[in-house]
Design a binder for this molecule. Structure first.
Ligand code: C2E
Ligand code: MG
Ligand code: MG
Ligand code: MG
Length: 286
């Protein structure tokens, strides 16, 4: 399997290999030691409560500080990590970082602060993360499980076999919050929203109202989610017009460049300290 392959080094390249394939194999090789060499970083993107303008949550987004290639965005290495199975180790590490940050923000600023992590399908299969280990870590930190949100995609729910469903249920029963990421880009049926006891639904940026029809659609999704007891986070909110429309449509939370780019945990701490200042941090990194 792909996961077993990931445990072997790829130390030669057949001449017929495509350049892109070679590049991926090199990256997969380099990734094996990246975790031990502490090359991964986690940035946190603020999530605002739209009604109050308060910063109440953040999403953990991984980066790879590559020794020669600079700071790599998830799109440049997560697919490789998923293919080799390295995502399991990376995901566990991101989870622990996220939990530490949630603890720090709760102690310093807001006892209800939540941090979200992204989940890949491989993490939910056999050999993926261990729910009991995650819960032990939270207990060690004295962090309530509902301080953590696990984001999954529609395709993960669609592909869900019994192992995946079992883990989703275990997280839910432990009190960890579940969020459906990138909603509107896949083929999730409304029935899924109810079946998986979701706490949050994240509306994909591609779904945001560019016109009246889009606004109606957004409003309908928000109303439907609320009917099912699910709160809505709009992603990729880039301008004040979108922010105002979402607020008018009853959307609960917003995340996007109009509020802040992904930032370090120290910057998050600063941001939460400067409650009086309007939040507007712009960084050029991915
Ligand atoms: P996502 O979970 O949907 O995360 C939102 C992405 O949108 C992030 O990209 C974020 O930087 C970007 N974004 C935020 N606000 C705006 C905006 O206003 N406009 C636009 N155009 N984009 C915005 P990023 O950090 O590059 O992450 C990309 C994807 O990589 C994430 O999408 C997520 O699916 C995945 N990812 C990130 N971290 C992890 C991780 O630790 N584990 C796993 N499995 N996947 C991860
Ligand atoms: Mg996400
Ligand atoms: Mg998303
Ligand atoms: Mg995504």
């Amino acid at each position: 399997t792909a996961k077993q392959q990931g445990r072997n080094r790829f130390n030669y390249f057949a001449p017929f290999m495509q350049e892109a394939t070679r590049a991926r194999l090199i990256l997969a090789n380099e990734m094996r030691d990246a975790l031990m060499q502490n090359q991964f970083r986690v940035l946190y993107q603020p999530v605002m409560e739209l009604s109050s303008g308060k910063l109440v949550k953040a999403e953990a987004l991984v980066r790879w500080q590559h020794p020669t290639r600079g700071l790599l965005c998830p799109s440049e290495f997560i697919p490789v990590a998923e293919h080799t199975g390295a995502i399991v180790g990376i995901g566990d590490w991101v989870f622990r970082q996220a939990a530490q940050t949630a603890k720090r923000m709760q102690v310093l600023h807001d006892k209800n602060f939540q941090v979200a992590v992204n989940g890949s399908i491989c993490q939910f299969l056999e050999g993926g993360f261990n729910v009991a280990e995650w819960l032990d870590y939270l207990a060690e930190l004295r962090l309530a499980p509902n301080s953590i949100i696990v984001e999954v995609t529609e395709s993960l729910l669609l592909e869900a076999d019994h192992t995946v469903v079992h883990k989703l249920q275990a997280l839910h029963h432990a009190g960890i919050a579940l969020s459906l990421d990138d909603f509107g880009t896949g083929y999730c049926s409304v029935a899924f929203l109810k079946r998986y006891a979701l706490d949050f639904l994240k509306i994909d940026p591609s779904f945001l109202m560019e016109n009246d029809a889009g606004a109606d659609l957004c409003e309908a999704v928000i109303a439907l989610a609320h009917k099912l007891g699910i709160r809505v986070i709009a992603e990729g909110v880039e301008n004040q017009r979108q922010q105002a429309q979402l607020q008018a449509a009853g959307c609960d939370f917003g995340q996007g460049y109009v509020f802040s780019r992904p930032i370090t945990s120290d910057e998050l701490d600063d941001l939460l300290s400067s409650v009086d200042k309007p939040i507007n941090i712009h960084r050029t990194a991915c």
